[in-house]
Ligand binder design. Structure first.
Ligand SMILES: Nc1nc2c(ncn2[C@@H]2O[C@H](COP(=O)(O)OP(=O)(O)OP(=O)(O)O)[C@@H](O)[C@H]2O)c(=O)[nH]1
Ligand SMILES: [Mg+2]
Length: 316
């Protein structure tokens, strides 16, 4: 297992969403029987959790049918039904595996892309940390030559994690950094090359073309690379994440999503909306600012964590 995880850590990371969604739905349903009024309240809760208006309507529509057919009646049963439906929904229709492609190819190349400030560099550090822990070697490429301080930021992470980084100069050509890094990765025989890129707005055509160029440069150096194109989305940005993803997937074939800052939102239901809209697998979630704060995305565990009873703080 590349990303070791414990249910407790996932639960802590999702505690804001759990406090809003899990607690909200439980208070709607606890000790009650289903009725049109209760069904409307459930739908409102799902919408405010950001699962998306259509998904909320569909899910509640299906629950209503179960209710009318006499198969679900008690609030507690409705809660179990919702959990099952949500995790089934998150599990279906993803093209490709949930595993991040680091075991394929040597070096395996992971290109990390996304809008400004979503958490790309931190996510690169988290992935590097997990790969190092699994005993594999990592090389980082600081292909963010755009923002002053970006190269240094990645350099600090590299030092902290004990990994090497190939740097360019600020204002230089990021594709040239990607070229150098790919060559270095092959020459040194590293297992995984992680390429950090500059944040770019999804509607800036020239910057999106630059990303395509970076991808192509890597592809020419290493057959089959990049093996993973990971789009980092900020979970706190809600439905806007879907707009971003649509643009990025056109510029570079995005193979997986890293949903960062899950710990910072009470509307973690956005994972459902993103899943429904894109069909690209959410592979990892970010649940904090430290290298350990990354979890593999597992639909059932995700839903279980959201619906888990709030952790009681001892001695508080
Ligand atoms: N709470 C929380 N904060 C995060 C997470 N991931 C990143 N951050 C914070 O988000 C801020 C931006 O992170 P960066 O990794 O620099 O984002 P970036 O996408 O590389 O930014 P640019 O390179 O400027 O586009 C930092 O303060 C990070 O600590 C997360 O999962 N949870
Ligand atoms: Mg960055």
């Amino acid at each position: 297992m590349l990303f070791a995880s414990t249910f407790d850590a996932i639960r802590r990371g999702l505690s804001k969403t759990a406090a809003a969604v899990g607690v909200g739905l439980r208070s709607v349903l606890h000790g009650r029987r289903l009725s049109d009024e209760v069904l409307t309240e459930i739908e409102a809760q799902l919408v405010s959790a950001d699962v998306g208006v259509n998904a909320a309507r569909e899910i509640v529509g299906a629950l209503r049918a179960e209710f009318r057919a006499g198969r679900v009646d008690r609030g507690e049963d409705a809660l179990e039904y919702l959990k099952r439906v949500l995790s089934d929904r998150l599990a279906r229709g993803i093209g490709g595996s949930r595993e991040i492609a680091v075991g394929v190819g040597k070096p395996a190349v992971v290109l990390v892309v996304g809008v400004n400030g979503v958490g790309k560099t931190t996510s690169v550090a988290k992935i590097a940390h997990s790969i190092r822990k699994s005993g594999r070697s990592v090389l980082l490429a600081a292909a963010d030559t755009y923002r002053a301080g970006a190269v240094q930021q990645l350099g600090i992470w590299a030092q902290r994690l004990g990994v090497e980084v190939v740097k360019g100069s600020t204002g230089g050509d990021p594709a040239a950094v990607a070229f150098d890094a790919a060559q270095a990765a092959v020459r040194r025989g590293v297992d995984v090359l992680l390429v950090d890129t500059a944040g770019r707005l999804h509607n800036e055509a020239s910057l999106m073309r630059q990303l395509t160029k970076i991808r192509d440069v890597i592809a020419r150096q290493i057959p089959g690379a990049p093996h993973e194109v990971l789009l980092v989305l900020d979970a706190t940005s809600g439905q806007n994440a879907i707009v971003q993803a649509t643009a990025f997937r056109q510029a570079v074939a995005v193979t997986g999503l890293f949903l960062a800052k899950m710990d910072g939102t009470a509307r973690g239901g956005v994972a459902v909306a993103i899943h429904d809209a894109l069909g690209i697998p959410v592979k990892l979630i970010g649940v904090g600012e430290q290298p350990e704060d990354v979890e593999p995305f597992d639909p059932k565990r995700f839903v279980d964590a959201v619906f888990a009873a709030p952790a009681t703080t001892m001695g508080a």
